[in-house]
Design a protein around this ligand. Structure first.
Ligand SMILES: O=P(O)(O)OC[C@H]1O[C@@H](O)[C@H](O)[C@@H](O)[C@@H]1O
Length: 313
């Protein structure tokens, strides 16, 4: 199909294989051996590995990869809503749909593909979606892996019909951490957040950095464009950079909720942390013909690269 994994000359370089449910998945590789996997089910990134082959995203051992539910882990796409504010299913339908590969996606600025291995996916509203959300859209997702191993997701949502619509959105990123008790988030201090554990009541973050000792389910509002997740035990830091995504969901189910989730191990909360980029408090409104773009870049740096030099502005 014109996309060979061996190609490395600024063209899309990917390989399509089947997962164990027979669903197409795309494998992206870079020349140094880093890789990422994207499933056509949900357009969900299911794996991201560094040059040493170490996995960087969490996937539950009890994850169910069978459609129509999104699998527990990786990076599910929440659209056209995050949460369950409307009559739609929780976190919207996009994560439960089959996406298609788009060979000639409308161009993005050249620096979005230069030197990267990438794939473009497309989701369009189906007859079934129109019954519960009567708006015609095209959702384009580019997933790219750069030569330095950084993973970038670019979402473009276009209104292609006669009436305006509004949506909320999140990349529900499940980061793999060594021990949740040893993890700290920087970049969200002093911000206001909505607490999902208190009927979305608004609070102001008081801590110098966010640490974990119980269930957390919050939406931090209007955050800076970079947030860092420091994993002391593994001596590495995830740096999340985002554009068009003002809010950040921070979620860890902790012990009790973990036990109530059928597709999640009782102890797995210790190894995962959802920190992401989202648009939740002020939904995006698109008039016919308008398009919205939301970018998320994930990068891992050694923790010796101390937070003072992370430049989280
Ligand atoms: O089980 P789901 O639908 O993937 O949702 C997982 C969690 O996602 C979080 O973002 C929500 O804030 C939680 O309330 C929710 O439980």
């Amino acid at each position: 199909m014109g996309h060979s994994a061996a190609v490395w000359d600024h063209k899309a370089a990917f390989e399509v294989t089947k997962d164990w449910n027979g669903i197409d998945q795309i494998l992206l590789r870079n020349p140094k051996g880093a890789s990422a996997r994207v499933s056509l089910h949900g357009g969900q990134v299911t794996s991201w590995r560094n040059e040493q082959g170490e996995e960087l995203l969490f996937t539950s051992h009890k994850a169910n990869f069978k459609p129509p539910k999104a699998m527990r882990g990786g990076i599910p796409i929440c659209f056209p809503q995050f949460g369950n504010c409307r009559s739609l299913e929780l976190h919207g339908f996009a994560r439960n749909k089959m996406w298609v590969i788009e060979d000639n996606s409308p161009p993005l600025p050249p620096n979005d593909s230069h030197g990267k291995s990438f794939v473009d996916l497309l989701l369009k509203s189906s007859e079934e979606d129109l019954k519960c959300w009567p708006y015609s859209f095209e959702f384009r997702l580019r997933v790219s892996l750069a030569a330095d191993g950084n993973l970038t997701l670019i979402s473009r949502v276009r209104n292609i019909n006669g009436k305006p619509f509004s949506f909320s959105f999140a990349y529900h990123t499940y980061l793999l951490v060594s021990d949740i008790s040893e993890v700290r988030i920087e970049g969200l201090e002093t911000l206001d957040y909505l607490d999902n554990l208190s009927q979305r009541e608004r609070f102001t973050e008081q801590g110098d950095a966010i640490t974990f000792e119980s269930e957390v389910d919050r939406v931090y509002l209007s955050s800076p464009n970079a947030v860092a997740v420091l994993d002391h035990e593994r001596k590495r830091t995830y740096v999340i950079r985002k554009e068009g995504l003002p809010d950040v969901v921070v979620w860890n189910p902790w012990e009790k909720k973990s036990k109530s989730m059928v597709d999640f191990g009782d102890e797995e909360y210790k190894q995962m942390l959802c920190v992401n980029g989202a648009v939740i408090e002020k939904p995006v409104t698109l008039k016919p013909g308008e398009e919205w773009t939301g970018r998320l870049q994930l990068k891992v740096v050694p923790s010796s690269f101390c937070s003072d030099s992370l430049d989280l502005d």
